[in-house]
Design a binder for this molecule. Structure first.
Ligand code: GDP
Ligand code: IMO
Ligand code: MG
Length: 422
C-alpha cells in the first residue's frame, strides 16, 4: 500500500518548507517533488552548513531511502549537476538515493533566454520571474514540444534539441532579444556535459515505482506556494505550475485517493518575492526591519523579499484549496517583541467587507486585528499561545508545530489552544 502525505507552502513561497521537510523526512521512505523546478530554493542547515536545494527533494539531506524528481517537474541539467556535486561532499549515497522520472521535462538554455526576453519585453508589468526558464519550459510541455528525460537516452536526441532550439531562436527574434543569443556559447557545452553526467543516474517510470515499492510512505514536497499556483494564485503574477494538493497526483502518477494527510506551512508573517498583488504588504520601513531580522532575501535569486503581516483571509483560502489538515508555523522567532503585531482578518473591497480571496486581489485593502507581541516562542508565553489560538480559530485547523530557527531541532510541538483544543 502506498500512503502519501503532502507538505506545501500556504502563502507566496519560501515558507520554510525545506527546513520542515528536513525535520520530518526520516518518517518517510520517499520524498518526492511533484512540480516546479530550479525556481525553488529550499534552505537546509547541516551542521551549520547552509544548503539550498533547487531540484533535489529535501529528504536527500535526511536519511530518506529514495528521493524522486517527479514527472511534474522541469529540470535544468546544469543546476541539477551542480547541486548533486556540491551535496556529494556532505551527504552519503546521493546517487543511490536519487530517482529521476523519465517524464520530467528538460529546461534548455534557450528556455532561460526566452524567460529573460519575455520579462524584459513586459517592462514595468514584468512578473519578476526567477529567470530560470520555468514559463517557457512548461509552455513547451503543454505545447507538446518538450524534451523529457526519456529523450536523453534516444539516438535522435541532439536532432530534436536542435529543432526545438531553432524554434526558440525565432521567438527570440520576435522579442528583439538577439543580444541574448551569444550566451549560448557558454551555456550549451555545459548543458550537454550535464546531460552526460545525468545519463548514468536511476530513471523511473513513476507509477510502476510505486507498485514495486509496495508498502511505501511518501512525502510529497511542494515548491513555491498556493498563492503562486498557475490557476488559483494571483494570476498572472504566478508561477507556471500547479502548486496545490491537486497537483500531487498528476505530478507523481499516484491515485488521488492515496493522499492521507496535507500539511500546510506558513510563516508567522508573509513574504513575497517578485511582482503582483500583496494585500498585507508593510510600509517599507517596517518591511525592512522584518527583512533584516528574518534574513528575507530570495534563496534562488538573492532579491530582497517583500514583507507583510500574516494574512488570515489568504491563509484560509489556501487551507480550503489544499484540504490542509494541519498547519506548521515558521519563523515565529522573527516576530518576537515585534510591535505593533497585526494579522489581517478581512478585506475591504471598495467599501464592502469580505473574507474571500477574489481574482482581482489588487483591489482589496486588509482589515487588521492587533495582537499582543510575545517575548518568547514558548508554550508558556500567553501572548504567543494566543497568536496560535487566533490562527486555529480562524482556520478551524490545528497548528501542530512551530519553528523558531533555521536548524532542524528548532521546532516546538504545539498542543492546540483554539477551537481545535479537545
Ligand atoms: P522554502 O523555499 O519554503 O524552503 O523556504 P526558503 O528556504 O526559501 O526560505 C526560508 C528561510 O528561512 C531560509 O533562510 C531558512 O533557513 C529560514 N528559516 C526556516 N525556518 C525558520 C525559522 O523558524 N526561523 C528563522 N529565523 N529562520 C527560518
Ligand atoms: P520556493 O519553492 C518564492 C516566484 C517568482 C515570481 C513568480 C514566477 O523556494 O518557495 P517563475 O520563475 O516561477 O516563473 O517566477 O514566482 N517564485 C517564487 N517565490 N519561492 C519560490 O519557490 C518561488 N518560485 C517562483 O519570484 O514572482
Ligand atoms: Mg524558497
Amino acid at each position: 500500500m502506498i500512503t502519501v502525505d503532502v507538505l506545501l507552502g500556504s502563502q507566496w513561497g519560501d515558507e520554510g518548507k525545506g527546513k520542515i521537510i528536513h525535520t520530518i523526512a526520516d518518517d518517510y521512505d520517499v520524498v518526492a517533488r511533484f512540480q516546479g523546478g530550479p525556481n525553488a530554493g529550499h534552505t537546509i542547515y547541516v551542521n551549520d552548513k547552509k544548503i539550498i536545494l533547487h531540484h533535489l527533494p529535501s529528504g536527500i539531506v535526511a536519511s530518506t531511502r529514495y528521493n524522486l524528481i517527479g514527472a511534474g517537474m522541469v529540470v535544468d541539467p546544469i543546476t541539477l549537476k551542480r547541486e548533486i556535486i556540491s551535496l556529494t561532499e556532505l551527504v552519503d549515497s546521493v546517487k543511490e538515493r536519487l530517482l529521476i522520472s523519465l517524464r520530467a521535462a528538460l529546461i534548455m538554455p534557450t528556455h532561460i533566454l526566452l524567460d529573460k526576453a519575455s520579462e524584459r519585453s513586459k517592462g514595468k508589468s514584468s512578473i519578476g520571474s526567477t529567470q530560470r526558464g520555468i514559463a517557457p519550459s512548461y509552455m513547451d510541455r503543454t505545447g507538446r514540444n518538450a524534451l523529457r528525460m526519456i529523450d536523453i537516452h534516444q539516438k535522435d536526441f541532439e536532432d530534436r534539441y536542435k529543432r526545438l532550439k531553432e524554434k526558440h531562436l525565432k521567438l527570440l527574434k520576435v522579442y528583439e532579444a538577439e543580444d541574448l543569443i551569444s550566451h549560448l556559447e557558454d551555456m550549451e557545452p555545459q548543458w550537454f556535459e550535464s546531460i552526460e553526467f545525468l545519463r548514468s543516474f536511476q530513471f523511473v517510470n513513476d507509477p510502476y515505482l510505486w507498485e514495486s515499492l509496495r508498502d511505501v510512505s511518501v512525502l510529497a514536497e511542494g515548491a513555491q506556494g498556493t498563492m503562486l499556483d498557475i490557476q488559483w494564485g494571483t494570476y498572472p503574477y504566478v508561477t507556471s505550475s500547479s502548486t496545490i494538493t491537486g497537483s500531487v497526483a498528476i505530478g507523481l502518477g499516484i491515485p488521488p485517493s492515496k493522499i492521507r494527510k496535507v500539511i500546510g506551512v506558513a510563516k508567522a508573517y508573509t513574504t513575497r518575492v517578485g511582482n503582483g498583488p500583496f494585500p498585507t504588504e508593510m510600509p517599507e520601513e517596517i518591511s525592512e526591519k522584518l527583512r533584516q531580522r528574518g534574513g528575507e532575501y530570495g534563496s534562488t535569486t538573492g532579491r530582497p523579499r517583500r514583507c507583510g503581516w500574516l494574512d488570515l483571509v489568504a491563509l484560509k483560502y489556501a487551507t480550503m484549496l489544499n484540504g490542509v489538515d494541519e498547519l506548521i508555523i515558521t519563523k515565529a522567532d522573527v516576530l518576537t517583541d515585534f510591535e505593533p503585531l497585526k494579522v489581517a482578518v478581512e478585506y475591504d473591497l471598495e467599501g464592502k467587507r469580505i473574507r474571500e480571496v477574489v481574482p482581482y486581489l489588487d483591489r482589496v485593502k486588509p482589515i487588521y486585528q492587533e495582537l499582543k507581541p510575545w517575548q518568547q516562542v514558548s508554550l508558556d508565553d500567553e501572548n504567543f499561545m494566543s497568536f496560535i489560538a487566533t490562527i486555529e480559530d480562524y482556520l478551524s485547523i490545528p497548528v501542530t508545530m512551530v519553528s523558531y530557527g533555521p536548524h532542524r531541532d528548532q521546532i516546538l510541538s504545539v498542543k492546540s489552544m483554539g477551537t481545535m483544543a479537545s
